[in-house]
Design a protein. Structure first.
Length: 455
């Protein structure tokens, strides 16, 4: 976009439309005025010429000689052309060489348009033809420079008045458009920050106190309510965590004490173990739900720092490698080198951890799990590949939903929230999550878009 701010096309289009409407209305108005005035002027000339023709016909009746060849004749009667013709149309006198075609010889005026040979402009001539009692034909005519001059005046007024005003309209529209574009851009930037979790941001206000400011104030009021609601949600979440975890932890402790009692029968000990596993599952589910809610509702990019994905992958490899080995799985790590991105280290570690944990959980022995860090089109990529059963295409869109469990793997322990957490973290960081066939197994890829929000 450079240093020049683009115009707001809807606003500029409105100004251009107003200018076009003004020009159109002005042209129509000037055209009607010109037509009305020129019509009346021509009608006046025609009436005057008809009266002159009638008077001259009386004067020339019975005269064998006339003074049409005298230049003063036309000047006296303000004529441009005049001529006396025989009954057969042969020219007898005057500066008119021939009788205009279609000219009635009843004393009625005829308007004839002709081209001016000197400059190519079109001019108008009014002719009147009268047959005298001796069958000779008298024709007189005059041009209409007044009407031509009127046409030039109207055109000049249109060019010198309407068009400059229209250009002023367009210029004002462009200026207003740039101002509105700038304000909308500032508002959009603010809304993008709010969408990323900066809930203390507010839409900027101008000194114009116009409709945009009124809308911005309404949105700011809504944002204040939203910030207050999110703050309350955090407090509610903390209270829920405390209210649920504390009694569940106590139940878990009592079950463990009971399980370690020496005098318990073996079948009762197994029942207590199952109950303890259920409490563990409830604690894990509660923790995951609260974690997902906090990520989606309140975590912001304010915590983002430069994070090296290789360090995260190395820590997780060291943590999960013994677990993978105990299950008869081989866990490997491949990386071309450091892979820095902008993000929340804790959340990114949790996202990659959930993918590795899922791969270990759903890959039967002997199997292979590969952690690969690479770049694709300059975008950092974290790839987790396993040799498990894979995920059918028709179910891949469901795995990121909360509490979704594959019906074919419902016997595997889990909360159904791991991939939902990965999706929430991905939404916050702006990375894409792709699922592909591993042939065998499945491939999860986290693609960090460098041109997007991870810059």
């Amino acid at each position: 976009m450079g240093t020049m701010l683009k115009l707001s096309w809807p606003t500029f289009k409105l100004a251009a439309f107003a200018a076009a409407a003004y020009v159109s209305a002005s042209v129509v108005t000037f055209a009607l005025m010109h037509w009305k005035i020129s019509s009346e002027e021509l009608e006046r000339f025609e009436t005057l010429l008809e009266l002159q023709g009638s008077a001259l016909s009386v004067q020339f009746s019975g005269q064998t000689q006339s003074d049409l060849d005298d230049k003063t004749f036309n000047k006296t009667y303000r004529l441009t052309r005049s001529g006396l013709f025989g009954s057969d149309g042969a020219r007898l006198q005057g500066n008119l060489r021939k009788i205009p075609s279609d000219l009635p010889l009843d004393g009625k005026a005829l308007l004839v348009n002709r081209a001016n040979r000197s400059n190519g402009d079109e001019s108008q001539m009014i002719y009147v033809g009268i047959r005298l009692p001796d069958q000779r034909i008298l024709v007189i005519g005059r041009d209409t420079p007044e009407v031509i001059q009127l046409d030039k005046i109207v055109r000049n007024a249109l060019v010198e008045g309407v068009i400059p005003v229209s250009l002023v309209f367009v210029g004002i529209g462009a200026i207003v458009s740039r101002q509105i574009k700038g304000r909308l851009k500032d508002a959009q930037t603010c809304l993008d920050d709010i969408k990323l979790g900066h809930f203390k941001r507010r839409l900027p206000l101008s000194s114009a106190n116009d409709e945009l400011d009124s809308l911005s104030m309404s949105v700011n009021e809504m944002l204040e309510e939203l910030e207050r609601a999110i703050s309350e949600l955090h407090h509610v979440g903390d209270h829920i965590a405390h209210d649920l975890r504390t009694p569940l932890s106590r139940v878990r402790a009592h079950l463990e004490i009971a399980q370690n009692a020496v005098s318990l029968p073996e079948d009762l000990r197994d029942s207590i173990s199952l109950a303890a596993s259920g409490v563990d599952q409830m604690l894990a589910t509660t923790t995951a739900m609260l974690r997902a809610a906090r990520i989606e509702a309140g975590r912001s990019r304010a915590y983002f720092r430069e994070v090296n994905l290789l360090e995260i992958a190395t820590e997780l490899f060291d943590f999960y490698e013994p677990l993978a080995s105990s299950k008869g799985l081989k866990l490997t790590l491949h990386a071309d080198g450091p892979l820095p991105v902008q993000g929340d280290r804790e959340l990114l570690m949790e996202a990659v951890s959930n993918l590795i944990d899922n791969a270990i959980k759903f890959t039967p022995a002997p199997g292979l799990i590969e952690i690969t860090l690479c770049k694709r089109a300059q975008n950092p990529v974290v790839r987790i590949r396993d040799t498990g059963l894979g995920i059918p295409n028709d179910r891949r869109s469901n795995v990121f939903q909360r509490f979704y469990r594959d019906p074919e793997r419902s016997d595997t322990p889990g909360t159904g929230l791991g991939l939902a957490l990965v999706a929430s973290i991905g939404k916050l960081h702006g990375f894409e999550i792709e699922i592909r066939d591993g042939l065998p197994g499945c491939i999860f890829e986290l693609i960090f878009k460098q041109e997007g929000r991870n810059l």
